[in-house]
Design a protein around this ligand. Structure first.
Ligand code: IPE
Ligand code: IPE
Ligand code: MG
Length: 244
């Protein structure tokens, strides 16, 4: 690992972990074999990100659109958090990493919800990096929920129209708990697809995007470091013109 990366690492990195199915297909394996291998990669990248000094690592694990897959695949994807936390929570505690879940958790099966609550509770004292798992998350629904909450607060007189500004809107989003690191500086998508697939619509407004052809189960800490290094060379202007 390149220690020089340490000072200017992005604080919040978000990853669309894509390509599990194609990775499995290439090996004549069922799609779920790709998800199983993919889960192991989350562990590697969590440790790599933590060691770099990243504050928040958000991983997109299941979208609000992914319910449309076969029942077999969906039910395996719902079991994966249970398997993941069972095998990984002790290491997360050792690494001082806190688990946060972003998404409509109450729509998940009961045993999945239980595993999630346990992992959140067991890592609640960890004050290092946050592993933020987007599970049953969708950017459109996140905004709809935020508008409804805001409208309710307006109706109750808890909020006035004049108070609505960018900062207040961000307080109504699922990422508000991650403040001051709620907006990722860097978004990575694996598998060669170049779209955001309903991920963090508001929060990605000024993020740098990196796309790699690597399927998620083949993604390594080394490639992750390379992408962080490439990020450090990007010129982030935020609409301004830089002086010479
Ligand atoms: C990403 O891999 C994981 C989830 C969306 C749950 P995919 O399952 O989308 O893999 P591909 O895109 O079909 O290869
Ligand atoms: C995005 O991947 C969602 C996750 C990685 C969880 P998808 O594979 O579902 O996205 P599309 O269908 O290719 O846009
Ligand atoms: Mg996909």
């Amino acid at each position: 690992m390149n220690k020089e990366l340490k000072n200017e690492v992005p604080k919040h990195v978000a990853i669309i972990m894509d390509g599990n199915g194609r990775w499995a297909k290439k090996r004549h394996l069922p799609r779920i074999a790709g998800h199983k291998k993919g889960m192991e990669i989350i562990k590697n990248i969590t440790k790599a990100a933590n060691r770099l000094g990243i504050k928040v690592l958000t991983v997109y694990a299941f979208s609000t659109e992914n319910w449309q897959r076969s029942q077999e695949e969906v039910s395996y994807l719902m079991k994966l958090p249970i398997i993941f936390f069972n095998s990984f929570v002790p290491e997360l505690i050792k690494e001082n990493v806190r688990v946060n879940i972003m998404g409509y958790v109450n729509q998940l099966p009961n045993d999945t919800q239980k595993a999630i609550s346990a992992a959140i509770q067991q890592t609640s004292r960890c004050d290092g990096m946050i592993l933020n798992i987007a599970l049953n998350y969708g950017g459109h629904d996140e905004l709809v929920t935020a508008f409804k909450l805001m409208a309710t607060d307006l109706q109750k007189g808890k909020l006035t129209i004049d108070q609505i500004d960018q900062n207040l809107v961000s307080d109504y989003l699922m990422t508000h708990e991650l403040k001051p690191y709620d907006n990722p500086e860097l978004m990575i998508r694996t598998s060669g697809e170049q779209r955001i697939s309903n991920f963090l619509l508001w929060q990605l407004a000024y993020s740098e995007f990196m796309f790699t052809d690597t399927y998620w189960p083949d993604f390594t800490a080394e490639e992750f470091y390379e992408l962080i290094h490439a990020y450090q060379k990007r010129d982030r202007r935020f609409g301004k013109i830089k002086d010479e």
